[in-house]
Design a protein around this ligand. Structure first.
Ligand SMILES: [Zn+2]
Length: 425
């Protein structure tokens, strides 16, 4: 057997086409009698998805997730590349740790793992980490973020933006003004008052985004805004782009679908940072993603073990799973309502994140000679999400019991299947 012949797949939702996966690349209009045939009738073929924002938890919290289990969850969701956030223990703020994460990804073989480097030492927001050493390491870091924490100090943020220009890097900011969100538990509004949970005002996100857009423009550097969650943030990014500034942004699937009224259940599975917002915010996020103001859908996959989530709201950890359900949520919120075509989904979930992360082997159009990173997706089925079916080590999915469209049938990484028939290969 040499390679795979995918028959009848609808490339980006177009007409049925055959494509041969051989020697790690795509070949159109060719056949190979020795290739294993995959019947993809009715399935959509997309380029392997790229996540700009994943928490793999290793090293340090291997009870929540490991690089292996996290990349298995990614493959099940159609991803072929993920960016692993730096808030591990130890923090990924040195060449040694980013190389460790990158190497664990290679050994696992389910997904290419690109380590995100911390902006500041220990995510403490006091001293710049060794950004250059991480960029020059085998892990070739290009995305830097203190995610989980905001780089609150304007001088440090300015220096980081200046520094990453030397190696064409980008600073990905978790925009959360620390003083305005002390003790914050959920979106600030009438509901937070009624539930007695400390409010998280939209302005705490928007103030940092406004400042950072101005800083990035001032020093002529690249800024990426993580998990945009408010209508006001979308408007600020729209203005920054109209000014020609080098600013990109992402939205999570959960902020596209879920709203703050879920907090009324006091179920901590809905506790996330930034918090779920209002229906008006969700609508603005969908519109911003549709018109390209928001460049990327990124999962912010944040696994937590039961003991960190199965407790009262105020004590619970922030975060939810996202890798395995991302494409289904995007179909539900964007494709089925006619806001995005499948070609635009490829742009938002593969091409754009690969471009922002400066990845060469991912986010490439499905054409002759391109790396054989490809996902086959069945948009015609609907399924009820079962938390127990996740291949993640954690179970904190907010979609449990919810019916969502679509199913990833197969994922190929460099021509090799990581998922076949909807199961890990
Ligand atoms: Zn974050």
């Amino acid at each position: 057997m040499t390679g795979y012949l995918i028959k009848g797949a609808r490339i980006l939702g177009g007409g049925p086409t055959d494509v041969l996966l051989r020697d790690g690349v795509l070949a159109f209009g060719e056949t190979d009698a020795g290739a294993e045939v995959i019947d993809a009738t009715g399935l959509i073929a997309l380029p392997g998805l790229v996540d700009l924002h994943t928490h793999l938890r290793e090293p340090g919290r291997e009870d929540a997730e490991t690089v292996l289990t996290g990349t298995q969850a990614a493959a099940m969701g159609g991803f072929t590349a993920v960016h692993a956030m730096a808030n591990t223990d130890p923090v990924a703020d040195t060449a040694g740790v980013v190389e460790q994460v990158w190497r664990l990804g290679r050994e696992g073989g389910y997904c290419d793992v690109y380590a995100v480097g911390a902006v500041t030492v220990g995510l403490a927001g006091e001293q710049l980490a060794e950004l250059g050493a991480m960029a020059d390491s085998a892990a070739r870091v290009r995305v830097f973020s203190d995610d989980g924490h905001c780089v609150g100090d304007a001088v440090l943020m300015r220096r980081a933006l200046e520094y990453v220009k030397a190696f064409d890097g980008v600073v990905a900011q978790h925009a959360q003004e620390p003083r305005l969100t002390e003790g914050a538990q959920m979106n600030e509004g009438e509901l937070s008052g009624r539930l007695g949970l400390a409010g998280w005002p939209a302005v705490a996100e928007e103030a940092v985004i406004a400042r950072d857009c101005l800083l990035a423009a001032h020093v002529g550097s690249r800024l990426h805004v993580c998990h945009v969650s408010t209508a006001g943030s979308v408007e600020l990014i729209r203005q920054a782009k109209a000014s020609g500034w080098n600013v990109t942004a992402e939205v999570t699937p959960h902020h596209l679908l879920l709203t703050d009224d879920l907090a009324a259940s006091y179920d901590p599975v809905y506790k996330v940072n930034p918090p779920l917002r209002t229906a008006a915010d969700t609508e603005a996020l969908r519109a911003g993603l549709a018109d390209g103001t928001i460049d990327v859908v990124a999962t912010d996959h944040a696994p937590h073990p039961l003991e960190d989530k199965d407790c009262e709201w105020a004590a619970a950890a922030f975060g939810m799973l996202g890798l395995e359900t991302a494409l289904s949520v995007v179909q539900e919120t964007m494709v089925d309502p006619g806001l995005l075509t499948w070609a635009e989904v490829a742009e938002r979930m593969s091409y754009a994140p690969a471009r922002i992360g400066r990845l060469a082997d991912h986010g490439r159009p499905l054409e002759d000679g391109a790396p054989a990173n490809i996902v086959l997706y069945d948009p015609s089925v609907r399924r009820v999400v079962e938390a127990a079916e996740s291949v993640s080590l954690s179970r904190n999915t907010p979609y449990a019991g919810m019916e969502l469209p679509g199913r990833v049938v197969a994922t190929f990484l460099h021509g090799r299947p990581t998922v076949l028939d909807g199961k890990l290969a």
